[in-house]
Design a protein around this ligand. Structure first.
Ligand code: PDD
Length: 305
């Protein structure tokens, strides 16, 4: 077995009521979160000491726990202090911060989920990118797979969840073929999302993102908010494979990296293969907002309250 300290990045976790080094954070084997992926989570990032849109992430987390009929019992202020505490203890300036609630362990292994006691935990690790900053001009080369994203009639995608087998298969296919990541489709072969990101397509009419079968990403919401400021027409609509391939610009959005250009699909260039003008505008203003106190809050401010 690998040495935990060798395989874990630097980071801190909060579990069972205390802060511990990431490598020491463990859950019992009988937690339904592990055995059945019966869990929800949210990811927020910290950039240069400030959380970005923290309240929106916490809102989504609370909504997810409610939809799973295990409403989170921890109040917002305590949760914020725990998240900020993980970042502070890890000594990170910029971080990927995850809050998790699993169904927990049920007494004597009874199958009824209502009998379990939900478990809340959190951790912070160094900021991670789906597309690294230095590769921005190159952009992502994605594999358009024929893998169907788990349909909303099976698992509600607005509950952020660990049902990632379809996404992981997509990633493995993409890496095998030399692509950076993958895009999955829905039952009608319209595009959905990828492993950890939403998708946007730009044409002469404006900016579009799938309206169905996807996580309602906070970065996706941020693009809508920024589009208003920038006066760029934007809407949610089904996007076909043809529309994807003939787009003027494509970009991915995620807490793990922000707004990231997609310049190739299956190795073929999107438009001229350069980062598009709208993608650049969104990217610039998105990072500017990270310093703005109506969009972000500092770790120290949370911890000093
Ligand atoms: N993933 N779609 C899926 C399936 C996701 O897991 C994510 C985020 C997104 C983008 O959502 P947001 O803009 O709120 O980050 C879309 C996180 C970052 C992760 O699991 O690493």
């Amino acid at each position: 077995m690998n040495n935990m300290n060798e395989i874990f990045p630097e980071g801190y976790a909060w579990i069972d009521g205390k802060f511990v080094k990431l490598a020491e954070a463990k859950i019992p084997i009988l937690d339904w979160g592990f055995l059945r992926s019966d869990a929800t989570y949210d990811v927020v990032h910290v950039w240069q000491g400030r959380f970005f849109r923290l309240d929106l992430h916490i809102d989504r987390f609370y909504q997810s726990t409610q939809k799973l009929r295990m409403p989170c019992q921890m109040n917002r202020d305590k949760l914020k202090k725990i998240l900020a505490g993980c970042v502070k203890k890890a000594g990170l300036e910029s971080a990927y911060v995850e809050m998790i609630q699993t169904r927990g362990v049920s007494p004597n292994f009874v199958r009824d989920p209502r009998q379990a006691s939900p478990r809340v935990m959190a951790f912070a690790v160094p900021f991670g990118w789906i597309l690294k900053h230095e590769d921005f001009e190159k952009g992502l080369d994605v594999l358009l797979t024929d893998i169907k994203r788990i349909p909303p009639s099976s698992v509600d995608p607005t509950i952020k969840n660990y049902h990632w087998m379809d996404l992981v298969t997509g990633m493995l296919n993409a890496y095998e073929k030399g692509n950076d990541t993958a895009i999955l489709v829905d039952e009608n072969n319209n595009i959905t999302e990828g492993p950890g990101f939403n998708l946007f397509c730009v044409d002469d009419e404006g900016v579009f993102t799938p309206d169905y079968g996807v996580l309602e990403g906070i970065t996706r919401q941020t693009v809508f908010d920024l589009a208003k400021e920038l006066n760029i027409p934007i809407s949610k609509t089904p996007i076909s494979i043809e529309q994807l391939k003939s787009a003027k610009e494509l970009f991915a959005t995620s807490t793990a990296g922000g707004i990231m250009p997609i310049t190739k699909v299956n190795g073929e260039l999107i438009a001229d293969g350069k980062v598009g003008i709208n993608t650049r505008k969104f990217h610039k203003i998105y990072w500017e907002k990270h310093k703005d106190s109506s969009w972000s809050v500092s770790i120290n401010e949370i911890l000093s309250k």
